[in-house]
Design a protein around this ligand. Structure first.
Ligand code: GLY
Length: 432
């Protein structure tokens, strides 16, 4: 008998989820997404083009197709309570309930939880209820701060003093943040890495480490984006993350899942830890309650064990490390984006693809009209190069990106030896 699974969301991350699930020949897939992703549509039995945050519509579509399982991709759907509705209807859901997803959707909840349970890796922080209170704190703080609205901002709400803004800029920024709590945290210095884990309520099984590139332009310049690309190494580790750093990061995630259980919020889904590896070890920049985008495309391209079994075991609470294995290969994911993304992206521009050998293509915010692919206002599509070495994976992804023509661009530096060496040297310098 087939296993019917609903995927909620229509970006590159969900195209990777659908592709990985379909390696199991018994899978029958359905997807609800705001725009018709051409890659996902080809792989599903049926799709509904509709906002992914409409809880009633998601539930009705799930019931129409009698799905057994659902994977919720976007944070906005988790915040809307999609998992709650599906779970109440008896559908096994990979994606935490709304109250649990606060670990991502409410940064104040996350920090207070870490503090209450004395979980390591929590930066010093101050939660402010008004812009005036935040401005006063910034004015009197000795050193640099990261300024974060507590709610969801699509990865674009953070301003780091000393990087994107000076003290006056930070004050001006908080004054624009009306009617929401503001989180001010000590600025963390080091190298960022992403550790994602499958979580069945108590057991966490980690995935290979990934490094994302948030800034819009080469050399880590320009405004923050949803993520321009990411890479993994064949070792599944990074030279700037020691075994002890990895163990500390995983322990932080395990303690967070245990704390959520204590709070009556058991976690079933994907837990995403974004860490800054500092001179003193890993500190939590933030948690996400879902796969990262683009990071999902790296790790799911490498997944060699059966994703459907992982889904079943997450839902049943029986996940074991032996359920999960990844190929020991390097990957480089590069996003093609509209030329003026993220500030003034233009939608409706035609693009054509060239040859993209040795890569996997994941469609994201792109539509097909009359056989022509057209940009939308967010990230367009991604190529994941895979190879024995980082260099091989990067060369494949870069060649595929260069083959795309249209009013688009990508970051040529992601996964290059030069950038990678810079990151490794930076960590060495920090640790002496
Ligand atoms: N890559 C960052 C995110 O998914 O939020």
């Amino acid at each position: 008998m087939n296993i019917r699974i609903l995927v909620v969301g229509g970006s590159g991350r969900e195209h990777a989820i659908v592709t990985a699930l379909l390696k199991n020949a018994k899978t029958e897939l359905y997807c609800i997404m705001a725009k018709k992703n051409p890659g996902i549509t080809k792989l599903c039995r049926d799709v509904l083009i509709h906002p992914e945050t409409d809880v009633d519509a998601v539930l009705a579509f799930a019931k129409q197709h009698n799905v057994q399982y659902a994977i919720v991709g976007p944070e906005a759907s988790l915040a809307a309570g999609v998992s709650d509705a599906l779970a109440n209807a008896g559908i096994g859901c990979v994606g935490p309930l709304r109250a649990t997803a606060r670990i991502e959707t409410d940064k104040g909840f996350c920090r207070n939880l870490m503090q209450k349970y004395a979980i390591g890796g929590c930066p010093t922080y101050k939660l402010c209820t008004t812009p005036e209170e935040a401005a006063e704190y910034i004015r009197n703080y000795f050193g640099d701060l990261a300024v974060k609205p507590v709610g969801l901002t699509g990865g674009k709400g953070v301003r780091v003093m000393g990087e994107q803004v000076d003290r006056e800029g930070a004050i001006a920024y908080v004054m624009t943040l009306k009617d929401q709590m503001i989180l001010l945290e000590e600025r963390l210095l080091g190298e960022e890495f992403t550790l994602m884990a499958f979580v069945d309520g108590k057991t966490l099984v980690p995935m290979p480490l990934v490094q994302d590139h948030k800034r819009a332009f080469e050399g880590d310049k320009g405004p923050n984006t949803g993520g321009m690309g990411s890479y993994t190494l064949a070792s599944k580790m990074f030279p700037f993350v020691t075994e002890a750093d990895f163990a500390a990061a995983l322990a932080i995630m395990q303690e967070t899942v245990a704390a959520l259980v204590e709070e009556g919020c058991p976690y079933k889904g994907i837990l995403y830890g974004q860490f800054m590896n500092t001179a003193l070890g890993p500190k939590v920049i933030e948690f996400n309650a879902r796969f990262g985008d683009p990071e999902a495309m790296n790790v799911l391209t490498l997944l060699e064990s059966d994703f459907v079994t992982i889904v079943e075991h997450i839902v049943a609470g029986t996940l074991a490390p032996t359920d999960v294995s990844f190929k020991s290969m390097a990957t480089v994911c590069k996003y093609i984006v509209p030329k003026d993304y993220p500030e003034h992206p233009h939608a409706g521009d035609p693009i054509t693809l060239g040859s993209h050998e040795n890569t996997t293509l994941y469609y994201a915010n792109v539509v097909e009209e009359g056989g022509v692919l057209k940009t939308q206002t967010s990230r367009t599509l991604a190529f994941v190069g895979i190879g024995a070495s980082l260099g091989d994976a990067e060369a494949a992804a870069e060649a595929a990106c260069r083959g795309v023509s249209g009013n688009v661009r990508h970051r040529g530096d992601i996964g290059t030896e030069t950038l990678f060496a810079k990151r490794t040297a930076h960590m060495k310098e920090l640790r002496g």
